[in-house]
Design a protein around this ligand. Structure first.
Ligand code: PLP
Length: 464
């Protein structure tokens, strides 16, 4: 599915996210000094976002504002592609950031797409990603969505339940198509508990099928003239920074898939091990050792290549966060500043209505005050909060930061994944921020700011 990005192979397997040069640094001049952790591949360097002055971006596009650096995304992809063997396909999990310009950029680099709704399928298609590179995953697919995916001729549809398998077979029969399917396996209690730890939610069994159901579904899919059973899908935990753990998940998933395929007497052709490749959010965390992950997967792939019944196996990974997370910043302006008791409090013109993740999963993002003069700036314990009438609307509580003044810009970092579109933008009727992409030091508007008047105009007063 994935045609490797032309530059990827040349960069060698040791390129990792940490090894990527800062924006604007010519490749090859940024070898990290021994003993120091390598610079992160991220949007902020000094006070500049993607090489551009944040004040200029704010003046041009208004605040609050989302900014994404496409060059950061490209370097993340290059590092991953270069680390993995050619039998591994990569599909971008559109849910991480469905901005059309981002999906199109990744599609242009050769990635496929993992879509979880009819809307995401339409996004991937409009972004120019061919249907044969699109996989459809996720619970609760409606008949209309299944019909659209079948009509488009996608790479595979992941089936989440016995009932969904029946509906898909009926739809495939009605369309006189033979539809490629993966069966989704539920994850173990241990993996679910890890998910609680990492993202505060275990899905409570809503994803995939347990072993007896998946075996029965495999037998039934193998018998069907309108379904083509390719293999198994299994998503482990989110935001994993341990390369060994990620590789162990791949290994276990392929083993399970091998048993399921053998049970149904079909060759195992595709295993989708999901996403979950992590990024560091906290200052002390280190980037995922993507080269080490690639080496481990390479060793597994060498084993599969000599195992009967698995020679044609291809592995699919669906990373989202790893590709786009560090590329994004949410930029807001300080509108008020006060001291309450011992606390210095700065109130921004944007908050968790645009970036819910810190409140949703209890994850603090790095916060930076931009443009503070390091010669005069003093660091204080500061609380940085948004304008909502909610005590949850806080980006940093008593953090040691250069105390921002009214009018200063503040960037909340690592917000390229599960940021804007995982939020609640209508709460309190503030403007919905513009989104801007930066590439090669140039900024382009990719989604205009929406003023409250625009959705006020779309509401109706009932005439009784
Ligand atoms: C089925 C599936 N694939 C891929 C992803 C992407 O995960 P991540 O962004 O952690 O790589 C998710 C995220 O929830 C998912 O549910």
């Amino acid at each position: 599915m994935t045609s490797p990005h032309p530059g990827a192979a040349a960069r060698g397997p040791d390129a990792g996210p940490g090894a990527a040069p800062p924006a604007g640094t010519p490749t090859g001049t940024s070898a990290p000094r021994r003993g120091r952790p390598p610079a992160r591949n991220e949007i902020l360097h000094g006070d500049r976002l993607g090489g551009l002055d944040a004040a200029d971006l704010a003046a041009r596009f208004g605040t609050p504002l989302y900014v994404y650096d496409l060059d950061v995304i490209e370097r993340q992809f290059d590092a991953l592609r270069a680390a993995l063997p050619p039998s591994v396909e990569i599909a971008y999990a559109v849910k991480a950031n469905p901005a059309l310009a981002i999906v199109a950029h990744l599609g242009h680099l050769g990635l496929g797409a993992d879509v979880a709704s009819g809307g995401e399928l339409a996004t991937a298609r409009r972004a120019g990603i061919p249907a044969e590179r699109v996989v459809v995953t996720g619970p609760g697919k409606r008949d209309a969505e299944l019909r659209d995916a079948v009509a488009a001729g996608v790479r595979a549809i992941t089936v989440e339940s016995p009932g969904e398998l029946d509906r898909l077979e009926r739809i495939a029969t009605g369309a006189s198509r033979r539809v490629p399917v993966l069966l989704r396996a539920s994850v173990s209690t241990a993996d679910r508990l890890e998910r609680v730890r990492l993202v505060g939610d275990d899905g409570a069994g809503k994803f995939g099928m347990d072993e007896p159901d998946i075996r029965a579904a495999a037998r039934s899919a193998a018998r069907s003239r309108h379904l083509e059973l390719l293999g198994v899908h299994r998503f482990g935990a989110s935001n994993v920074l341990d390369a060994g753990r990620l590789a162990a998940h791949v290994d276990e998933t392929v083993e399970l898939a091998r048993a399921v395929a053998a049970h149904a007497a079909v060759p195992l052709r595709l295993v989708d091990a999901g996403g979950g490749l992590g990024i560091p959010y906290e200052p002390h965390e280190e980037s995922l050792d993507v080269a080490g992950f690639g080496r481990r997967v390479g060793a597994l792939a060498a084993r599969w290549a000599t195992t009967p019944g698995m020679r044609d196996l291809r592995l699919l990974l669906e990373p989202g966060r790893y590709l786009v997370g560090a590329a994004g910043a949410y930029v807001a302006r300080v509108v008020d500043r006060k001291r309450v008791g011992e606390a210095e409090v700065a109130i921004l013109d944007g908050g968790i209505h645009h970036l819910l993740r810190p409140a949703l999963v209890g994850q603090e993002h790095r916060v930076r005050v931009l443009g503070a003069d390091p010669r005069t700036a003093r660091s204080w314990p500061v609380t940085i909060a948004g304008p909502l009438c909610s005590g949850l609307d806080i980006f940093a509580a008593n953090a040691t930061l250069s105390a921002p003044a009214v009018g200063d810009l503040v960037a909340v970092l690592d917000t390229g994944a599960y940021g804007f579109t995982e939020s609640m933008p209508l709460f309190l009727s503030h403007a919905i921020p513009a989104e801007v992409a930066i590439r090669g030091g140039r900024a382009a508007l990719i989604r205009p700011r929406l003023e409250p008047a625009e959705w006020l105009d779309r509401q109706l007063l009932p005439v009784w």
